[in-house]
Design a protein around this ligand. Structure first.
Ligand code: PLP
Length: 423
């Protein structure tokens, strides 16, 4: 029996379903990780994989980036947790604001879920209104008002058990990429506290926004005085250093960041317009607090990450885009060669394949894709030493550590795995 299999059997005795986050499970059992470096990850059985899960997009610089690690090691020697402010937090806030000018003031939190939870509370506190508009398939973390027709691991669950109807009635769920519906709902409803969106939908597979979807959304929310929240937890520092808002030239009122912000440490951020952020306690009446917020380890990791990504940004983003373009071109060619119906969506360093002949532009079209074929692809790739996230409703991510020879091997592996799907 493989070591991963026996570790998984043990895990199930003490951890529900054997995993600490549902997307990590796959059939027959997940591999257990021993270590990672650069673009590679190794399991407990000694197998090596080229990693395109990259911590669900967090490891933009690759595993164990030397600048990030050495900065954290230095900090470990002088203190890990104070419960009192440090100048590091100020330094990080300034770095974030420089890249995201829409974030005039910034609070550091720990997880993405905390960041979006705070963003929504802020929007409600600021407007004194109740209803939040979200879009089908967008994932904004595992908290009450957002677990409604969400993506990622919850893509098959319309509403999680354990959430009273009272929460859900204040969440309005609309189709992604359907601006007309958004406009209608906003016109008919005067109790909208905010609109939250993934500017590129990365939790339903990868889905790109239509040309005018975000632009029109910005126009109408500005006109109606409704705070627009960009959840850039994946796209931040990944689509470009300044995220999707820089790439698309749109200024949201509130932004959430996480994942690539620290390249593998626990930290997230929520920020926005002064008058909105000033609602936060202790001066304001919107309460938000956390024991580990802005802890020096994660904050150091984020500062080192931002310095590294900023100084290399003219190399990182063009290189990733170029590599991703050639990878997806090759995947399309293989799928076409074997006569497999497919869609490949891609932007910057992100990509996903769907087994369907219809364009994938929203939750419904993503759900129409053949999930069994996707699982076959996943297993085939894993056998070949390629690790992508084990679900159709996640996205593939490149890191700066991926080499051209990693890419070449990956193209061969996709070709091989796709050939198995045909037969
Ligand atoms: C991952 C993710 C979250 C949740 O972040 P956690 O750190 O897992 O709580 C929220 N929004 C988006 C867009 C994400 O991809």
């Amino acid at each position: 029996m493989s070591k991963s299999k026996s570790l998984f059997e043990n895990a199930k005795r003490v951890i529900p379903s054997g995993v600490n986050s549902p997307v990590r499970f796959f059939k027959p059992y997940p591999f257990f990780v021993k270590k990672a470096k650069g673009s590679k990850i190794w399991d407990e059985d000694g197998n090596q994989y080229i990693d395109y899960c990259t911590g669900y997009g967090a490891m933009l610089l690759g595993h164990r980036n030397s600048k990030v690690i050495s900065s954290v090691v230095r900090q470990l020697k002088i203190g890990t947790m104070y419960g009192a402010p440090t100048d590091l937090e100020v330094e990080l806030a300034i770095l974030i604001r420089r890249a995201y000018p829409s974030m005039q003031k910034i609070r550091l939190v720990n997880t993405g879920s905390e960041a979006t939870m705070t963003a929504i509370r802020l929007a409600r506190g600021f407007t004194k209104k109740k209803k939040i508009i979200k879009f089908e398939g967008c994932y904004h973390g595992a908290h009450e008002s957002m677990l409604v027709r969400a993506g990622s691991g919850s893509a098959g669950i319309p509403v999680s058990d354990g959430i009273p109807d009272d929460f859900i009635k204040n969440t309005i769920v609309l189709e992604y990429n359907n601006y007309e519906k958004l406009e209608n709902v906003i016109k008919k409803n005067d109790d909208i506290a905010g609109v939250i969106v993934e500017p590129v939908l990365c939790n339903m597979g990868l889905i790109l926004p239509n040309n005018d979807f975000l632009m029109n959304m910005r126009k109408i929310t500005r006109r109606e005085g409704i705070p627009l929240i960009f959840d850039e937890i994946i796209t931040g520092f990944r689509m470009s250093y300044g995220g999707a808002q820089e790439k698309f030239g749109i200024k949201p009122d509130i932004t959430t960041l996480g994942k690539s912000l620290s390249n593998g440490f626990v930290i997230s951020a929520v920020g926005g317009k002064n008058e909105i952020m000033e609602q936060l306690s202790p001066n304001g009446n919107v309460y938000e607090a956390s024991t580990f917020a802005g802890n020096p380890i994660s904050t150091r990791a984020a500062i080192a990450s931002l310095h590294t990504m900023y100084s290399l940004k003219n190399k990182i983003y063009p290189k990733l885009a170029k590599q991703c373009l050639s990878l997806t071109k090759s995947i399309r060619e293989s799928a076409t060669k074997y006569g497999i119906e497919h869609q490949v969506n891609t932007i910057s360093s992100m990509f996903q394949i769907f087994f369907t002949d219809k364009p994938v532009t929203d939750y419904t079209s993503s759900k129409l894709a053949d999930g069994k074929k996707f699982h076959k692809l996943f297993s085939g790739l894993l056998n070949e030493g390629i690790f992508i996230a084990p679900s159709q409703f996640e996205t593939g991510f490149l890191s700066y550590a991926h080499t051209d020879s990693d890419l070449e091997k990956t193209m061969h592996s996709y070709d091989y795995a796709l050939r198995q799907i045909r037969t």
